[in-house]
Design a protein around this ligand. Structure first.
Ligand code: KG4
Ligand code: ZN
Length: 358
């Protein structure tokens, strides 16, 4: 609870905290969280349901199943968050939710749920850009970065380097020309017979691989710009797999290691290039691939050499979650932007992050 000291009499008046609910439903995770931006910000409660096991038997996300599952999970997760936080719905100041980008049906579920809830409570909504949630997620950690910083945003659908000057101030420096880093992890994992989602499974297999036994290209490493391209790497793995024929466990691990080393080399090199070019000393890494342990090790080592600080979200907030949407929504609400009356809404399955600036 927050206290406000009034006048010389020092009478303490209890001010209710500003509470923002956040709802994430852009893909295969339903996340709900309650966040207060007061007094430096506090995450009061959060809950998540991952649909990974449901989609696994199909080898990837089935959009219609994802939408239906979001519908099933929303109310129980909301109840849990409110119970865990000790607050009631009537105390909410606004409901933030992911407006895009993502799967249209999945977004519609979260948006309709958020808009309906806010309308019933007579409070506004804050539609949030999913990638802004990822970008700002390190602010939820115990040692948050200050603005400005360079951000490496590596998720299942996006790979971008951005210059982040403040909330809503994002300059795109470079991005993937084809597959995103997470997508490359997932597709390569599939080639190696690993279960969905492939990224974490491939990373685990790579830990058992021997370095430098499978050499793969480093696409665009020396392109001089900050763009990426990962689809050729996946094709190179396919060629290797065909060449090598029946793979034993060690060979699969070696290929996984070769792939991971290649992708990490490119991500680390381009991130350092972006930081050096900007003259800034802070790098933020966000999105699902940011959970990769080897990527973190390599980034930390390079950054230490260059005197750069690297900031990551807590591991549980690397992949999709409601906390980052509550946080981004709260910061926007506090700044008085993106707020709208509850009711009519539209989702934005395709929505470039750079459109947020200005
Ligand atoms: O940010 P995110 O949850 O979803 C999007 O917004 O796209 O990222 C999911 C992506 C998936 O491609 C997943 O395989 C990848 O992040 N990922 C990883 C790891 N954990 C998740 N990739 C590599 N290593 C990991 N440890
Ligand atoms: Zn995401």
């Amino acid at each position: 609870m927050l206290f406000l000291l009034l006048g010389a009499g020092a009478r303490q008046v209890r001010m209710p905290p500003m509470l923002i609910l956040g709802i994430e439903s852009s893909c295969d995770e339903t996340g709900i969280a309650l966040y207060s931006p007061d007094a430096g910000g506090l995450l009061l409660a959060h809950a998540l349901h991952s649909q990974i096991l449901m989609h696994r038997e199909y080898g990837g996300v089935v959009p219609e199943l994802a939408s239906r599952d979001h519908i099933r999970r929303a109310v129980p997760l909301l109840r849990k968050v409110m119970r865990d936080s000790g607050h009631s719905l009537t105390e909410l100041a606004a409901v933030a939710y992911t407006q895009g980008p993502g799967l249209a049906g999945a977004l519609l579920v979260g948006a309709a749920f958020a808009e309906g809830l806010a309308a019933s409570l007579g409070i506004p909504t804050v539609p949030v850009h999913h990638l802004e949630g990822h970008l700002l997620s390190p602010l939820l950690s115990r040692t948050p970065p200050c603005f400005p910083f360079i951000a490496l945003l590596v998720s299942g659908g996006h790979s971008q380097l951005m210059r982040v000057t403040g909330v809503g101030e994002y300059q795109l420096l470079g991005e993937t020309l084809d597959d995103a880093a997470g997508e490359a992890f997932d597709k390569t994992a599939k080639l190696l017979g690993l279960p969905y989602p492939g990224g974490p499974a491939l990373a685990e297999l790579a830990e058992h691989g021997q370095p430098d036994t499978v050499k793969l290209p480093r696409p665009m490493l020396h392109s001089g710009d900050l763009d990426f391209s990962f689809s050729g790497l996946k094709t190179a793995v396919l060629t290797k797999v065909r060449e090598m024929g029946n793979l034993d466990e060690q060979q699969r691990a070696n290929i996984a290691r070769g792939f991971q080393d290649a992708i990490i080399d490119v991500l680390v090199s381009k991130s350092m290039h972006a930081v050096r070019q900007s003259g800034l000393k802070r790098l933020v890494v966000a999105g699902g691939v940011g959970a990769n342990r080897e990527l973190r090790r390599q980034l930390n080592a390079q950054a230490a050499r260059l005197g750069i600080s690297v900031f990551y979200p807590e591991l549980e907030f690397c992949t999709d979650n409601g906390a980052m949407i509550a946080l981004a929504g709260a910061l926007r609400f506090q700044a008085g932007c993106s707020i709208k009356p509850a009711g009519a809404f539209a989702v934005r399955p395709r929505w470039p992050l750079a459109e947020l600036t200005g």
